[in-house]
Design a protein around this ligand. Structure first.
Ligand code: IPE
Ligand code: IPE
Ligand code: MG
Length: 238
């Protein structure tokens, strides 16, 4: 495959790796006087739309933040609802991911999830193991600080301090087999990273949109990609 950036309508380059902080499910539900769980359910529909569209427009890797290492602070009932939706999503969408040749990656310590959810995730990853197409990385019980702590521990066990460099740390990150992060989107008008991909975002383009995640769709992804295409990346140069 060519290494030249793909071009999209308007002439800008297509991001190879897009990450999304999918935020605003609760507020979406509140606006409709619905329980927060209804917002999460609508959020899953948005995941389906956006992952499909990302594949359709040729994005190589899409990383979605589904559960942070801090989300355990939510009420038990809401955590239960999120686990239930994860079960439903895997059961209903795995066949499509296999068929579409999606390489499924999980970031984060998902083994702390309920045992049956862990088993479903393991099975999903195994069934996608032979795939060679676009990457879908789902962050589940992910926190960038914990990821960096583990990377530091692992390089410190292998290397002398003076041998440690950015590449040796990068090689220990959970994103090591993903393309560099090009575009990081957060929905719902919040302007923070909430412990997501802190290292990887070093030179990513950041895009904060007011749209609540359940309202996010193909046109919003197109607009984000177009905005990326209009950015001038300098990486410290001129
Ligand atoms: C994002 O929506 C989904 C998760 C964090 C799991 P929120 O649940 O954070 O929605 P708001 O921010 O309360 O609106
Ligand atoms: C970030 O959203 C985590 C996910 C989208 C999974 P939060 O809603 O948990 O973030 P904060 O608490 O507003 O920073
Ligand atoms: Mg939120």
């Amino acid at each position: 495959m060519s290494t030249a950036p793909k071009l999209v309508a308007g002439g800008g380059a297509l991001p190879r790796h897009v990450a999304i902080i999918m935020d605003g499910n609760g507020r979406w539900a509140k606006k409709r006087l619905l329980p927060r769980a209804a917002g999460h359910k609508a959020g899953v529909e948005a995941v389906r739309r956006v992952t499909r569209h990302a594949r359709a427009i040729g994005i190589e890797a899409l990383t979605i933040y589904a559960f942070s290492s801090e989300n355990w602070r939510r009420p038990e009932e809401e955590i239960g609802d999120l686990m239930g939706l994860l079960r439903l999503f895997i059961r209903s969408d795995l066949a499509e991911l296999v068929r579409e040749n999606v390489r499924l990656r999980i970031l984060g310590d998902f083994r702390r999830f309920p045992a049956d959810v862990v088993a479903l995730i393991d099975d999903a990853v195994a069934r996608c193991a032979g795939n060679s197409g676009p990457i879908l990385a789902i962050a589940l019980n992910y926190g960038a600080q914990a990821e960096l702590v583990r990377a530091a521990q692992s390089v410190a066990a292998r290397l002398a301090p003076e041998q440690i460099d950015a590449a040796s740390i990068e090689a220990e990150l959970e994103t090591r087999d993903l393309p560099p992060l090009d575009l990081l989107i957060r929905t719902s008008g919040e302007h923070r990273l909430s412990n997501f991909l802190l290292w990887q975002a070093a030179y990513a383009e950041l895009l904060f949109v007011d749209t609540l995640w359940p309202d996010f769709g193909a046109a919003d992804l197109d607009a984000a990609v177009a905005a990326f295409g209009n950015r001038q990346r300098r990486f410290g140069g001129l």
